[in-house]
Design a binder for this molecule. Structure first.
Ligand code: NAD
Ligand code: GLY
Length: 352
């Protein structure tokens, strides 16, 4: 086992993120050390459950938990109201109380769904994140955004609800399909692009230790979430590339994975910023070099009007304006509130 890295998230309710190989074997003792006990509900998807459910279940049982599991099919379509209700009913049928704990074992889909279930079950039960994708490790497991998708769009029902603990076992990445590793790298590159030029150099020049990469991203996310837990200002930087990304996901019927869509969105907004004279063209070259290195797409397969029409429905619209993260150089960005005409211009410049 590697040395475990620890990062504290000083949100309203603080918690610790631990990163290292072999942490799933210690899920039970880590949870117990926090004072958690009683019943444990492990929520996972079919792919992840086949690989890691037994390990986590054994660890929790050894620590004295009474263990239950609820397995959903893998994929974005599982982040549904139907699965949310099924989990809540399952917990109630098995007499879970507010002092029991839900464990999210999987990627961002499982984490978002399980976190929302934990937020609303009895108005809030304990919840632990056990991310098994790179994307979940560097982004979705930290910061307390939980959600399900509605027919009208992604993440339209949710809550800010922080976990008690995040245990990131980087050994789980060994079984990740290459494409999923790449999707996680899109969010990694995002951190470098919006605020950490030195990180972009490291990612470009070497194959850094994965624990170092996860820890650097989580440290950035910690700082951002601590400054703005409820997404009123600084946290919007985490949405770099996400306006076009959400449109791409929507237009693909959610067949384009989130990470790939973010890659396309980052390229589009960087291109637009260069055309507007807000950013030098070498920033785009650095981004594209990295996207290529991690076999990520950077050309948008949809037209300007299609993308624009979907972005109008983005939940980040407020008072007729949408806040975009505009790159201002390597590892630098600014927030810009745009009206719909400015948004259309930016999408046009980014996609043409
Ligand atoms: P995912 O959860 O669908 O996982 C991707 C695929 O990898 C799935 O098929 C899964 O079964 C499989 N998998 C997971 N771990 C594995 C492992 N160790 N070995 C083998 N296969 C494994 O997708 P994701 O990319 O992790 O997450 C995407 C979701 O996260 C989206 O719904 C997105 O909206 C959400 N998200 C949320 C936040 C947030 O702040 N809450 C941030 C970013 C993304
Ligand atoms: N992934 C965006 C956020 O956590 O705010």
């Amino acid at each position: 086992m590697t040395v475990t890295k620890k990062i504290d998230i000083k949100a309203g309710k603080p918690y610790r993120v631990k990163i290292g190989k072999g942490l799933l074997d210690k899920a039970g003792e880590e949870a117990k050390a926090l004072g958690l006990d009683g019943k444990a509900l492990i929520i996972s998807d079919d792919n992840v459950a086949a690989l890691y459910l037994e390990k986590v279940s054994s660890s929790l049982k050894e620590a004295g938990f009474e263990v239950f599991s609820f397995v959903i099919p893998h994929g974005e379509s599982s982040k549904s109201a139907e699965n949310l209700l099924a989990i809540l009913e399952f917990a109630a049928e098995n007499a879970f109380s507010r002092t029991d704990t839900f464990f999210a074992l999987g990627g961002g889909v499982v984490g978002d769904l399980c976190g929302f279930a934990a937020a609303v079950y009895m108005r809030g039960t304990n919840f632990v994140q056990l991310p098994t994708t790179l994307l979940a490790a560097v982004d979705s497991s930290v910061g307390g955004k939980t959600a399900i998708d509605l027919e009208a769009g992604k993440n339209l029902a949710g809550a800010f609800y922080q976990p008690k603990l995040v245990l990131c076992d980087t050994a789980t990445f060994d079984t990740l399909p290459d494409e999923e590793f790449s999707n996680g790298m899109a969010e990694v590159i995002k951190y470098g692009m919006f605020c950490d030029g030195g990180f972009l150099d490291i990612l470009t020049e070497s194959n850094t230790d994965i624990e170092e990469i996860v820890a650097r991203c989580v440290a950035i996310k910690a700082r951002v979430v601590e400054a703005d837990e409820f997404d009123k200002g600084e946290r919007m930087f985490l949405n770099f590339g996400h306006t076009v990304a959400h449109a791409v996901e929507n237009l693909s019927g959610y067949t384009t994975p989130h990470g790939s869509a973010v890659a396309i969105g980052m390229a589009a907004i960087t291109k637009a910023a260069i055309a507007l004279g807000k950013c030098e063209s070498k920033t785009f070259d650095i981004l594209v070099e990295l996207l290529k290195k991690y076999r990520l797409p950077f050309e948008c397969p949809y037209g300007i009007d299609e993308v624009y029409n979907v972005t109008l429905k983005d939940k980040k619209n407020a008072h007729g304006k949408i806040t975009l993260v505009i790159p201002a150089g390597k590892g630098e960005s600014v927030l810009q509130k745009c009206d719909y005409d400015e948004l259309k211009d930016i999408i046009t410049l980014g996609l043409k």
